[in-house]
Design a protein around this ligand. Structure first.
Ligand code: ATP
Length: 349
């Protein structure tokens, strides 16, 4: 029996549809949220390649102002123009709002045929979101010789480790694995590891281990079911996230959250997928599951659970899946099926 929720509560959130498949998958997610009965007043912000080029800025101040005000955002992918030397929109947004933890749950969905159908994959990736080689500090020392600075700090490493361990403790997860390359980057990854160990010592009930990123990649492919919570600096986190997404059906099905102390922005792992944009075939699952994470953040746990189980029902049924996961349905047909599968809520007034 679903728990009740209060129809009188209304939330405000910023909606950034983005570009490419962004508008298609975010509108599907918004429809799915509405169908749960949770009321959200959206502050809609246009941010896409065209806006960036026209305004000659990657992050117009009204977008930051909106999220500072609502504290929560649901965001589609935004293409960073290749020309013009703009920094990545995502990196800029994460830095501007200090969204230091990128959280990506990677789970087996019923009915998706992958190479790993015989195992249950259920891991959560905690990727540091603000530094590392994403510092953007590159320098051409002399012609044809470039350096790129990898920045690792104690503050950022401790807080991402704390985020991973406290999540594990609160959600009953048993293991945290820190992923690194400290055998080569002895100072930078060495500092990251020292911070992870320091935090791990405060959580003796959680099994802690360390894996070098190359071995971790192989282990993920060979025996993905052994992983529980993964804790990584920014770049390894980026690469391992896509690898992990591939284990469970691809980028179309993996959601994400960017969390800071005061603000949170929920977005899928995938990019704007220009190859399928506007064709009505994008898979909105990742965006819908990101929306479910947002509902948890807004303390609408019952609605989040209902949305997740509706998505799972549609996957188990297999008749309305999008082409990327072996189906023939379009974005709208899949979304209609999820909405139809939402179990009725118990409304508390
Ligand atoms: P970015 O650099 O912005 O992360 P990218 O070029 O690495 O983007 P995506 O835009 O995420 O990657 O697309 C990679 C591949 O995955 C493309 O073939 C794309 O069509 C596919 N893809 C991504 N998201 C989805 C989705 N939601 N539904 C179906 N296919 C998707």
């Amino acid at each position: 029996m679903p728990r009740g929720y209060n129809v009188l509560v209304s939330h405000r959130a910023t909606l950034i549809p983005g570009d490419g498949i962004g508008p298609e998958v975010t509108s599907a997610a918004v429809r799915a949220i509405e169908a749960t009965g949770v009321h959200i007043e959206w502050e809609r912000c246009e941010l896409n390649e065209e806006v960036i080029l026209r305004r000659n800025e990657v992050l117009p101040p009204e977008i930051i102002a909106s999220i500072l005000h609502t504290k929560v955002g649901l965001k589609g992918p935004v293409t960073t123009p290749i020309a013009g030397g703009f920094p990545s929109v995502n990196v800029a947004l994460r830095k501007a709002l200090d969204l230091y933890a990128n959280v990506r749950p990677v789970r087996t969905l019923p009915g998706v045929r992958t190479r790993y159908n015989d195992v249950e994959i259920d891991m959560v990736i905690f990727r540091e979101n603000t530094e590392d080689l994403y510092s953007g500090l590159e320098h051409e020392v002399v012609r044809d010789v470039v350096t790129s600075l990898k920045v690792i700090t104690r503050v950022a490493s401790i807080r991402i480790a704390e985020a991973a361990f406290s999540f594990a403790a609160e959600t009953g997860r048993k293991k945290v694995a820190a992923i690194h390359k400290a055998n080569i980057m002895k100072l930078a990854d060495g500092l990251f590891l020292r911070c992870c160990r320091e935090v791990a010592a405060r959580y003796p009930q959680i099994e802690y281990r360390e894996l070098i990123v190359d071995n971790a990649s192989m282990q993920l492919v060979i025996r993905p079911e052994q992983f529980d919570v993964l804790l990584l600096p920014n770049l390894y986190g980026d690469i391992v996230s896509d690898l992990a997404a591939g284990l469970v059906g691809g980028l179309g099905v993996v959601p994400g959250a960017n969390l800071g102390e005061k603000h949170a922005v929920f977005e899928a792992v995938h990019g704007s997928a220009p190859d399928i944009a506007g064709k009505g075939v994008a898979n909105p699952t990742a965006m819908m599951l990101s929306a479910a994470m947002m509902l948890v953040h807004l303390r609408e746990q019952a609605a989040a659970n209902r949305l997740r189980s509706a998505v799972e029902k549609v996957y188990a049924d297999r008749r309305h899946l999008t082409p990327d996961v072996g189906g023939t349905a379009g974005t709208r047909e899949f979304t209609d099926a999820v909405i139809a599968a939402l179990s009725p809520a118990t409304v508390a007034v």
